[in-house]
Structure formats: structure tokens, C-alpha cells
Design a protein around this ligand. Structure first.
Ligand SMILES: Nc1ncnc2c1ncn2[C@@H]1O[C@H](COP(=O)(O)OP(=O)(O)O)[C@@H](O)[C@H]1O
Ligand SMILES: [Mg+2]
Length: 281
């Protein structure tokens, strides 16, 4: 099992889109057993995978979400139907993910993640790592979608990961952000002794390849000693119907557009090769 976090300190750069579609592509195209962990309190990845009414049902029937991974003591859940319910936690190895499709499971995110007291040093930031140790044999890949803030949630994802992948847009501000991200990850690496954590690349998303911004971004990354070997050959092209498709729980592989499907496939192939897993198609 290999765990990969999608990470960037900026929002709106395609982290969630890449996380959801890399997971779908790995399971559907390559037959891999995949778990997606949504550790962003905004839970956009979950919304891309579960209809609003299904998620509501799921929550009120007390099924497991990311909360169970962090909250190891009993906690109050506010239910719209029943008021406060005191929820006893399962043992960490009894947590049951939601099944998206045959080989694709999800630990759904939850807005109530904001309610969990979690300061660094309390030990809760090891939650995802501890959970993944219990499902080591069950999955080939774990994809972790993270929030854009350098929070304990981001730390918990990095602590559980073998690799991190940086999606970025091709604008100058986004590119400044990735240098800052690098500094933050370096600090965490030192603090927690994460010598095994490796960057498996930088991928440009929402790409308009004919624009000056895109060409400058590519040129700047290639001229930068830190990033030149990290930049992916392929980028994910911009398609205006992406947001609408996501609202209907559609994946890139379901879209009729052949360009974006081929971009996704090429990115996944490059990612696999960078993490040392070359595959036959
Ligand atoms: N390739 C793309 N083309 C057009 N829109 C995109 C593309 N990728 C993502 N988006 C849209 O951009 C917005 C931000 O993407 P998202 O994946 O949620 O970013 P993040 O997780 O970094 O905040 C969403 O509305 C999404 O639908
Ligand atoms: Mg997101």
C-alpha cells in the first residue's frame, strides 16, 4: 500500500478534482484497490462522490467519517432528527468506509471536523496513520485530499503519507505558493522525522496551454532547481463543465471529452512511474 497526499496551501488549484479522479482512474483503469481519505473540513471530495441526500442519510445513521479516525473518545453528535446523541467510538480497526464503487472506498469528510480539539502534540495527528496501518492489506493506494491551510489536518495527512503530489494553477501567485509549501513541509519533515516522505511531482491543473501564463509557468518551473525535475510532462486541461459534472458525481473518465480523459490518464501514468510502480495498460 502506498499513500499519496494531494497538497497545496492555495484553495481552488484542483487538489480535490485530482484526488477524486486519480482515485477513480486507479481503481477503474488499473484495477487497483483504492481508498480516498477526505481530511478537508470543507469535504468537497465527499460531495463529488456522494449525493447531498445520500450524505445526509449516511450522517444521520451514524456511519463512520473522518471524525471517527480522530475522535477516539466518545463525543456528542448533533443530529437534526434526534438532537444530541452520545456516540461511542468504534475501535480504530472497526471503522467502515463508504463504498463508492467496486474497488474504490471513501472515508467521508465532515464539517464537524472543525469541532474536534486538536492541537499539535496531542497525538491525534497520528490518527490517519494509525487507521491506515489497520487497512494495509486492503488497499493498493490511499489518496488523501487535504485542506489548503497548514493545519493539524494537513499534518495528519503528511504523517500518513509516503508521497505528496502538488497540483497548481499556472498563475504567478500559485507558483509563489508552492515555494512556501516546500518550506512548511520541510519544517514538518524535521519536526516529525518524516525522512520517508517524498514529493512525487508538481502537476499543472485547469491548464490553458496556449496562454502566456501557462507557458511562463512551465518555463519558470523548469528553470527552478527545486522544481525542474518535479514538473509533470502532462497537465490537466481546463474544461468549463467540470464543476457541473462534479455536482452530479461524474468523473473525468465519464466525460465525453477525449482530451481531458487522456490528460488524466497520462498524469496517473506519470505519477505511478514516479512512485516506482510502472504498470501495463
Ligand atoms: N480542469 C478543470 N477545468 C475547469 N475547472 C476545473 C478543473 N479542475 C478543477 N476545476 C474547478 O475549479 C474549482 C476548484 O477545484 P478543486 O479541485 O475543488 O480545487 P481545491 O481542492 O484545490 O480547492 C472547482 O469548482 C472545480 O470544479
Ligand atoms: Mg479541495
Amino acid at each position: 500500500m502506498k499513500a499519496i497526499s494531494l497538497i497545496n496551501m492555495k484553495g481552488g488549484v484542483g487538489k480535490t478534482t485530482m484526488a477524486v479522479n486519480i482515485a477513480d482512474c486507479l481503481s477503474r483503469r488499473y484495477g487497483k484497490r483504492v481508498l480516498l481519505v477526505d481530511v478537508d473540513p470543507q469535504y468537497n471530495a465527499t460531495q463529488c462522490l456522494m449525493k447531498a441526500e445520500d450524505y445526509y442519510e449516511y450522517k444521520i445513521s451514524n456511519k463512520d467519517t473522518i471524525i471517527e479516525i480522530f475522535e477516539r473518545e466518545s463525543h456528542l453528535e448533533v443530529s437534526v432528527v434526534e438532537g444530541n446523541i452520545d456516540k461511542e467510538p468504534n475501535a480504530i480497526d472497526e471503522i467502515v468506509p463508504f463504498s463508492v464503487s467496486e474497488k474504490f472506498d471513501l472515508i467521508p469528510g465532515a464539517l464537524d471536523l472543525y469541532k474536534i480539539e486538536m492541537s499539535a502534540g496531542e497525538g491525534k495527528e497520528f490518527g490517519i496513520k494509525q487507521y491506515l496501518a489497520t487497512v494495509e492489506e486492503k488497499y493498493d493506494y490511499v489518496i488523501i485530499d487535504t485542506p489548503p491551510t497548514p493545519s493539524v489536518w494537513m499534518t495528519s495527512a503528511l504523517l500518513a503519507s509516503d508521497f505528496y503530489l502538488i497540483p497548481t494553477k499556472a498563475d504567478p501567485i500559485s507558483l509563489t505558493g508552492i515555494d512556501l509549501l516546500y518550506t512548511i513541509i520541510e519544517t514538518k519533515t524535521r519536526r516529525y522525522g518524516l525522512s520517508g516522505l517524498k514529493c512525487c511531482g508538481v502537476v499543472i491543473t485547469v491548464a490553458e496551454r496556449s496562454t502566456i501564463n501557462y507557458q511562463n509557468a512551465q518555463a519558470n518551473l523548469k528553470a527552478n532547481a527545486r522544481w525542474k525535475n518535479k514538473l509533470y510532462t502532462y497537465s490537466l486541461c481546463k474544461r468549463v463543465d467540470m464543476a457541473r459534472e462534479q455536482l452530479n458525481q461524474k468523473f473525468i473518465l465519464d466525460m465525453s471529452d477525449t482530451q481531458i480523459k487522456s490528460d488524466l490518464n497520462n498524469i496517473v501514468k506519470e505519477m505511478l512511474s514516479r512512485i516506482g510502480d510502472d504498470v501495463d495498460e
